[in-house]
Design a protein around this ligand. Structure first.
Ligand code: SF4
Length: 437
């Protein structure tokens, strides 16, 4: 039982702990955390606070990530920096929120006595639309449709941090999408921990495909709907049909596979086999021939042998994913894998990560070069710094920040959110170059 259970922002406000006017936030971790930060700011603004930069703020909130070692370290470093600003009198208060706070509220309270409040993860509002202060550029937004997940992967601490799987009502999501559409947002990213489980709690069935058809039917300005974080074992034929049948839904399949050797998929509790994974990829490629498949792998999972790793390397060569992220296994207390035999050394993990990224780099360069001479629809994100006629853009195959960039040469002036047709003239491992036609 936690001695210092984390509060909510509302508790802090109601207890008079937030009299100061000017509030700033630092968002760490994933885009799901970003949405939580937007909701926190929306709430505070509604209560009369001014949302400002950290430099101008009296109160700094840091929305932390507590997922794996590196992320925890980054969050702790930020807390130390903000407490240093407080010591120098540049800040009046420091509030620590998010996953690290939820997971380690006791330890944080003991270690950092100068923290003014520890706030847990932002509860997902199931009904209606939460006020949000968007932290994304004005032409795209993230829509969080559910929280946590059912899957209990043995290496993952998230379900313990986020609690029970929760879906928002379809009415609530549709209302938010309509509001974003009315604000002339051009692109939305549908997020959660496992969006493919959407509706299993509320409607007793996987309802993402139905939700997507509804979203497409109510949007005018929104031209791209991108799906992030799909759990392979939960991807249905109906969902694949819907993605291939609805032009607005990006042919972008983000599904973390994590590994391919059967005994590791079992140890990870991924609820899928190698053959099922291979069949799923084949089905997606058949149904959506120009799909861009994005995935992530974890190397160094307890029990991973050199043979398992070589099997993964062969699979990556055969599957030819367009986008791949590789992570080293992070031993997290409170997870099943933490106590599994056959822990792999940090050095071997690092070697395997580098080796797998090298394999993927060649594949990625080859796939990118095939796009030279082709035309792509590109959304403009902004002007390339220091350049007059070069813009930063993305095709439907690129999620913001996670994937590559299309460098767009244009004689005409372009604005963020513009869609242009670009002829690709050059390609790198991850980025493309082209000109507006
Ligand atoms: S699907 Fe697995 S890895 Fe992803 S959040 Fe759920 S338990 Fe964690």
């Amino acid at each position: 039982m936690k001695k210092n259970p984390p509060k909510t922002i509302q508790d802090v406000h109601d207890s008079g702990g937030l009299q100061e006017k000017n509030i700033g936030i630092v968002n760490l971790g994933c885009v799901r955390n970003l949405v939580d930060s937007q909701v926190i700011l929306g709430q505070l603004k509604r209560q009369g606070h001014r949302i400002v930069s950290i430099e101008e703020s009296d109160v700094a909130i840091v929305n932390t990530c507590g997922f794996i070692e590196d992320a925890k370290k980054e969050s702790i470093d930020m807390i130390v920096d903000l407490l240093e600003l407080k010591k120098q009198g540049k800040l009046k208060k420091v509030i620590v929120a998010g996953c690290l706070a939820e997971r380690y509220s006791d330890e944080l309270a003991k270690e950092f006595k100068d923290i003014d409040a520890i706030v847990g993860v932002q509860p997902l509002q199931k009904e209606g639309v939460a006020d949000q202060e968007l932290l994304t550029p004005g032409h795209f937004a993230y829509v969080k449709i559910c929280e946590s997940c059912y899957n209990q992967c043995s290496f993952c601490i998230i379900p313990r941090i986020k609690g029970k799987f929760v879906s928002r009502t379809m009415e609530s999501v549709i209302e938010e999408v309509k509001q974003l559409d009315a604000r002339r947002i051009k692109e939305i990213h549908i997020i959660g921990q496992d969006i493919t489980a959407y509706g299993m709690d509320l409607y007793s069935e996987k309802s993402l495909a139905r939700l997507l058809r509804e979203i497409v039917s109510v949007t005018k300005n929104i031209q791209w709907v991108r799906l992030l974080y799909m759990f392979p074992a939960h991807i249905t034929d109906e969902l694949i049909e819907t993605i291939s049948g609805e032009e607005k839904i990006c042919n972008y399949i983000d599904m973390p596979v994590q590994h391919i050797s059967d005994h590791l998929l079992k140890a990870m509790n991924r609820n899928i086999t190698k053959q099922q994974t291979v069949d799923l990829i084949k089905k997606i490629r058949n149904k959506i021939p120009n799909a861009s498949l994005r995935t992530t792998f974890i190397v160094g999972m307890p029990g991973e042998t050199q043979e398992d790793f070589l099997e993964l390397g062969e699979f990556v060569k055969e599957a030819r994913f367009e986008k791949v992220g590789v992570f080293v296994y992070s031993r997290e207390e409170g997870t099943l894998a933490h106590d599994m035999p056959g822990q792999v050394s940090e050095q071997v993990k690092k070697e395997r990560m580098d080796a797998l990224m090298m394999v993927q780099q060649d594949i990625s360069r080859g796939l990118q070069e095939k796009l030279i001479g082709q035309t792509l629809k590109v959304i403009v994100d902004g002007l390339q710094k220091g350049e007059d006629h070069v813009y930063l853009g993305r095709s439907e195959y690129d999620a913001p920040e996670a994937d590559g960039i299309v460098y767009v040469h244009s004689k005409e002036e372009l604005a963020p959110g513009d869609f242009v047709t670009v002829k690709i003239t050059d390609a790198y491992e991850y980025d493309l170059v082209g000109e507006v036609i």
